[in-house]
Ligand binder design. Structure first.
Ligand SMILES: O=c1ccn([C@@H]2O[C@H](COP(=O)(O)OP(=O)(O)O[C@H]3O[C@H](CO)[C@@H](O)[C@H](O)[C@H]3O)[C@@H](O)[C@H]2O)c(=O)[nH]1
Length: 475
């Protein structure tokens, strides 16, 4: 009883960049910490609050999700400012104003001589300045790395100049790093390549990876059995503590939470009626296509996906998220007539309840941009994927899917930079019922079982979370 009272006085502050794919793993970590009796608050920028109110993920009077308290601070920009179109300036403002405003928030909510003592801060890599704010307040800070450990291992070696990376300008180059398969240019995270147009991200990562020592722990949204070679390869350099997969409890096969409280936030309103439609489809028959929250595909690419889906003559769900501002070049738009031609075959949604879709037995395969949350969700759900990576960590994740996890195929672009309809149709056939289908499905099922073991009591991730909780309590 005495130890429970001690735990109840321990407050942990999680700080995340405001996108859905960044906040959700943090919230799921927060939920684990809550179950251990800690008090947990998640802080992010005001723009997230604005989007969550719009999608009804929170109400104007609520200040918590799944028991995790929410706090918001300003990034110094107006809510209307087009952050996506000005990424470099946006990142600069988040760092400059976010650090001042977060520091003030900490002073206000955890006053030095007050009742609430802030014991620990956890931030994600896209708000790296948080570790300095934590130091300023004398609070230990851990990093939650929200991409694969393999990507962490590449960046760590690249930004600390530990391994000879050949001239990255050479399109024929390859790099062999410990614990990883041979990586070609097409397999590397786009931010290390000279073609990367966003100056702010390499600068941000360079700071993060040269300053890993500021953190007490590097936690990771992965699990040991999934990336053991990469995780082992980092043990002497910068130990990585995998505590994932941080996915909703419903897809993990644990108890369902209340509607809308599945340990996550929804920045866009999901079209839940698709579940009823899915329930009417044959098992393992449906192709699910989604490219996450950020990617907008070129008009030609939309055309070839549309043709491939129509020709595949299988049921499908395609998430086509409308860009915030319509593009005059037609990117992100469905070809004319597609909806009418396929109305008896499939559904096009502007946003899906993805984790519920992936948990449905009707799902056969997922054509994905390889966002790490989506890929972890398919690992837990246990079916194969078709990888069409676009940027950032996605090329490396596609490489892992094909060559390390052995649970999917990668779409190849033609010389015009487009994946043809024939290529998409071919991969769909291969994954659904081609000669390699059984092996891909069996590998996918094996990782599903391993993921379930990792998070269950006594499993590798459950063990690591307890280790971290013990460190927080002892701090
Ligand atoms: O219709 C949809 C589509 C997606 N999702 C959810 O949205 C999240 C998307 O996350 P992710 O798959 O990681 O994609 P992004 O939002 O694109 O994620 C960004 O952040 C990830 C973590 O850093 C990186 O791995 C990606 O490359 C980067 O694009 C997932 O949880 C999905 O379940 C839905 O609920 N409905």
């Amino acid at each position: 009883m005495a130890s429970k009272n001690v735990k109840q006085e321990i407050h942990v502050l999680l700080v995340a960049f405001s996108s859905q794919g960044h906040m959700n793993p943090m919230l799921r970590l927060g939920k684990y910490l809550l179950t251990k009796g800690l008090h947990v608050t998640l802080a992010t920028t005001e723009i997230a609050r604005h989007r969550m109110l719009k999608s009804s993920a929170i109400s104007p009077t609520s200040n918590s999700v799944s028991g995790v308290q929410l706090l918001f601070f300003s990034d110094g920009l107006s809510l209307e400012y087009d952050r996506k179109a000005n990424l470099d300036y946006y990142m600069e403002c988040v760092g400059k104003f976010g650090s001042i405003n977060l520091s003030n928030l900490i002073k206000e909510h955890y006053p030095v001589n007050g009742q609430k003592r802030l014991s620990y801060i956890v931030n994600n890599p896209f708000v790296p300045w948080v570790v300095d704010v934590a130091n300023e307040h004398g609070v230990p800070c851990a990093l939650l790395w929200i991409q694969p450990c393999s990507v962490h291992a590449i960046y760590y070696r690249f930004y600390n100049k530990l391994n000879p990376f050949p001239t990255l300008i050479d399109p024929e180059m390859s790099v062999q790093l410990p614990g990883l398969p041979l990586l070609l240019t097409e397999d590397l995270p786009s931010f290390v390549l000279p073609s990367n147009p966003f100056g702010s991200i390499p600068k941000l990562f360079s700071d993060v990876f040269q300053n890993m020592k500021k953190y007490t722990r590097i936690l990771g949204n992965s699990f040991y059995e999934l990336e053991k070679d990469a995780i082992n390869s980092m043990s002497d350099l910068c130990p990585f503590l995998p505590i994932g997969p941080l996915v909703p409890t419903s897809i993990l096969g644990e108890e369902e939470e209340e509607e809308g409280q599945d340990t996550g936030v929804e920045m866009w309103k999901a079209e839940n009626s698709c579940i009823e439609w899915l329930n009417k489809q044959e098992p393992s028959s449906v192709i699910y296509v989604s490219f996450g929250s950020l990617v907008v595909l070129a008009a030609k690419q939309m055309q070839s996906i549309a043709t491939a889906l129509r020709n595949a003559r299988r049921p499908f769900i395609w998430v086509v998220k409308q860009p915030d501002t319509p593009r005059p070049d037609g990117s992100g738009q469905l070809p004319t007539g597609f909806l009418e031609e396929t109305k008896d075959q499939g559904l096009v949604l502007s946003w899906s309840p993805q984790t519920k879709v992936l948990a449905n037995v009707a799902l056969g395969c997922f054509i994905t941009h390889c966002g790490w949350n989506s890929v972890l969700e398919t690992i837990v759900a246990g079916f194969p994927v078709i990888a069409y990576p676009q940027w950032t960590d996605q090329p490396t994740i596609a490489k892992l899917i094909v060559d390390v996890f052995g649970k999917g195929l990668r779409l190849r672009e033609n010389k015009d930079g487009v994946v043809s309809e024939q290529e998409i149709e071919h991969c769909i056939r291969e994954v659904m019922d081609g000669p390699r289908s059984e092996q891909l499905k069996s590998n996918a099922m094996a990782f599903k079982r391993e993921a379930a073991v990792a998070v269950a009591s006594g499993g590798s991730s459950a063990w690591n979370i307890q280790l971290f909780v013990d460190e927080i309590i002892a701090s």
